[in-house]
Design a protein. Structure first.
Length: 442
C-alpha cells in the first residue's frame, strides 16, 4: 500500500484536453474527412458526410463542404459549373440542409459582430475569412439564396478591412456573377475604395482581372479604376493565362474601352489563344472587333483554328461574333473555317433570337459570297417568325435578301413578305439594324 501511495504521489498528472479543445480537434478532423471525400467521390461523397455529420459541423466545416462541392463541379480554368449541377444538387436533402445551416451561421456571425474563427463544434458562426469561398462557390454553382446572400454581404461589409485582396475580390466577383451587384452597392463601394487605393504589386494578375470583370459587370461608372487595373496588369503581361486575358477583354468590351497597345502583341502572337475555350475565344474576338484592330494573319489563324474545333460548343451569338470577325477579306486568312461556320449557323438557326437572325443574315449577305442553303434556311426562319422582328430587324432582313435575289429567285418572295409585314404595321422606312448587340454579352 505504501508503495502504491508513493507511486501515486510522485507520478506527474498529464493535462487533459478541455471540451473546447476536443471539439476543435474534432472539427479539424471533420475538415480532413470532407477533403478526402471530395478526392474519392466528389460532391455525392461530400454530401454523404454532410448528411451524417452536419450536427457536428461548425461554420468552417460548412464552408469547406460547399467549397469542395463547387470545385468538384466547376472547371478549374473557367470557374464555371454545368447548368444541370444546380438541379442535381437539390435532389440531395443534405445540400438544402447545408445551405440552410450556412445561412444560420452567417446570420449568427453578423449578430456577434466578430469575424473570429469558431473554436468549438457547437459554435456555428461562419468565419469572416470564409465569406469569399462561400460566395465564390455559390456563384460557380449559380445558386442564389436571398437570405444567405444578404447575411454574407453584411458580414463582408463588417470585415472588409480584414480581408486579403483575393478574398474581397472573390466576394464582389460572386455577387456580380449572380447578377445582384446593384442590390449590394455598399459592399461594392467599399471594395472599390480598397482596390483603388491598393499598393502596387499588392494584387496578383488573376485578382486584378477578376476585379475588372466584377466592376464592369456591376456597371461601376468610374473608368479610372479600369484604367488603373489594366495598367497594372500590363506590368504582369507575360504571366497572364487564358482566363485572365479573357476576363480583361470582357471587361474592356463591357466598358467600351479599346484594348491597350501593350496587350496587342500578346494577342497577335497567337500563343495565348491556342488553349482558350469557346467563351474565352469570343471574349477576345469581341474586344478585337470593338477596338477596330486590323489583326494579323497569325492571330486570326490561331483564333480560327481554336474556333473550328469548338463550333459545336458555341452559342448562336458566339457564332455571330465569328461571322463578323472573319467577314470580307479576313475570310481568306483561315478559309476552312467559313464552310463549317455557315453549316453550324444553319443548324442552329431555329434556336436563334429574332435579333440574332436579322443580324447574322445581314452580315452574311454583306461579308460573304452567296450560300443557297443559308438563304433557304434563314428565309424560312424569317417567314415563320416574321411577327417577332422589330422594324429595324425587318429592314436588315430586307436588305440582305434583296441582295440575294439575283442568285436565288425565292429570295424576292421573302422580301415581299417582309414589305407586307412592314406595311401592315404602318412602318415604311427604317435603318437596317447593324447594331453592336454582340458587344453587350452580359
Amino acid at each position: 500500500c505504501r508503495r502504491l501511495l508513493h507511486l501515486l504521489m510522485h507520478t506527474p498528472i498529464l493535462p487533459t484536453m478541455s471540451d473546447s479543445a476536443l471539439q476543435l480537434s474534432a472539427c479539424k478532423e471533420l475538415n480532413k474527412q470532407l477533403i478526402r471525400a471530395a478526392y474519392k467521390g466528389g460532391a455525392k461523397a461530400i454530401l454523404d458526410v454532410v448528411a451524417e455529420r452536419i450536427i457536428h459541423m461548425n461554420g468552417l466545416n460548412l464552408a469547406t463542404a460547399l467549397h469542395r462541392i463547387a470545385k468538384s463541379y466547376c472547371r478549374p480554368d473557367a470557374s464555371d459549373a454545368p447548368a444541370e449541377s444546380k438541379v442535381e444538387l437539390y435532389t440531395y436533402p443534405a445540400f438544402s440542409l447545408l445551405i440552410e445551416r450556412l445561412s444560420v451561421a452567417a446570420h449568427d456571425s453578423v449578430n456577434r459582430g466578430s469575424g473570429e474563427i469558431p473554436n468549438r463544434a457547437s459554435d456555428l458562426c461562419l468565419p469572416a475569412d470564409s465569406v469569399g469561398i462561400v460566395v465564390w462557390s455559390l456563384a460557380c454553382l449559380n445558386i442564389f439564396d436571398l437570405r444567405l446572400m444578404d447575411h454574407l454581404a453584411q458580414l463582408a461589409i463588417d470585415n472588409v478591412e480584414c480581408f486579403q485582396s483575393h478574398q474581397m475580390v472573390n466576394v464582389v466577383w460572386g455577387f456580380a456573377r449572380l447578377g445582384i451587384a446593384h442590390a449590394h452597392s455598399r459592399l461594392f463601394q467599399l471594395v472599390f475604395i480598397h482596390v483603388h487605393r491598393r499598393e502596387p504589386g499588392a494584387f496578383k494578375a488573376h485578382t486584378l482581372a477578376l476585379a475588372a470583370w466584377a466592376f464592369a459587370k456591376a456597371d461601376l461608372p468610374d473608368v479610372r479604376i479600369f484604367e488603373s487595373l489594366v495598367a497594372e496588369l500590363i506590368g504582369q503581361i507575360h504571366g497572364l493565362n487564358e482566363q485572365t486575358v479573357s476576363d480583361v477583354c470582357w471587361a474592356l468590351t463591357k466598358r467600351k474601352m479599346p484594348i491597350p497597345q501593350e496587350v496587342i502583341p500578346l494577342l497577335m502572337s497567337g500563343t495565348t489563344v491556342d488553349n482558350m475555350d469557346s467563351d474565352q475565344l469570343c471574349n477576345v474576338l469581341r474586344a478585337y472587333l470593338m477596338s477596330g484592330l486590323d489583326g494579323s494573319p497569325h492571330f486570326l489563324c490561331s483564333i480560327g483554328r481554336g474556333a473550328l474545333d469548338r463550333l459545336g460548343d458555341m452559342t448562336f451569338g458566339q457564332l455571330a461574333i465569328l461571322l463578323v470577325a472573319y467577314a470580307h477579306e479576313r475570310k481568306y486568312v483561315f478559309p476552312q473555317l467559313v464552310p463549317a461556320l455557315f453549316a453550324m449557323l444553319i443548324d442552329k438557326a431555329p434556336i436563334a433570337t429574332s435579333e440574332e437572325l436579322a443580324f447574322v443574315t445581314l452580315h452574311a449577305a454583306q461579308g460573304y459570297p452567296f450560300d443557297r442553303d443559308f438563304c433557304d434556311v434563314f428565309g424560312a426562319c424569317a417567314i415563320l417568325r416574321i411577327r417577332e422582328f422589330s422594324h429595324s430587324d425587318l429592314r436588315a432582313l430586307a436588305t440582305a435578301f434583296s441582295s440575294w435575289t439575283e442568285f436565288e429567285p425565292s429570295a424576292s418572295w421573302v422580301v415581299d413578305e417582309i414589305e407586307e409585314e412592314c406595311n401592315s404595321r404602318g412602318e415604311v422606312t427604317a435603318v437596317p439594324n447593324n447594331g453592336d448587340w454582340f458587344l453587350n454579352d452580359d
